[in-house]
Design a protein around this ligand. Sequence first.
Ligand code: HEC
Length: 88
Amino acid sequence: MKFVKNIPIILALSVTLSSASYITVCQSCHGKNFEKRALGKSRVVKDLKKEEIAKRLRYFKTSNSIMKRFASPLSDKQINQIANVFGK
Ligand code: HEC
C-alpha cells in the first residue's frame, strides 16, 4: 500500500520537475525526457541508473567537462530529484 500511495507524489514531482527552470536548460541539450545524446557526445541519461546520474552530476561540479557550468549550481536535493525522476 505504501507504494501505491506514493504514485501521485512521484507523478506530481515529475510534472513539476520537467518544467522547473533548472531543468529547462538541460532539456535543450538532453531532450525533454533526457532521451537524447547531448551534443552527440553524452550517453542517454534516461537509460542510466539513478545512482549513476547523481554520481556523474556530483563529479561534473569539479570537472573540466562542458557539464561543469550546468552541474555546479545544482544542490544535492536537486541532483537527487533529477536522478529519481529521470533515472532507472
Ligand atoms: C550545452 C549542452 C548541455 C546542457 C545544457 C546540459 N548538458 Fe548534460 N551533458 C552534455 C554533454 C556534452 C555531456 C557529456 C559530457 C562529458 O562526458 O564530459 C553531458 C553529460 C551529462 C550527464 C552524464 C551522462 C554521461 O554521459 O555519463 C548527465 C547526468 C547530465 N549531462 C545531466 C545534465 C543536467 C541535469 C543538465 C541541466 C542541469 C545538463 N546535463 C545540461 C551537454 C549538456
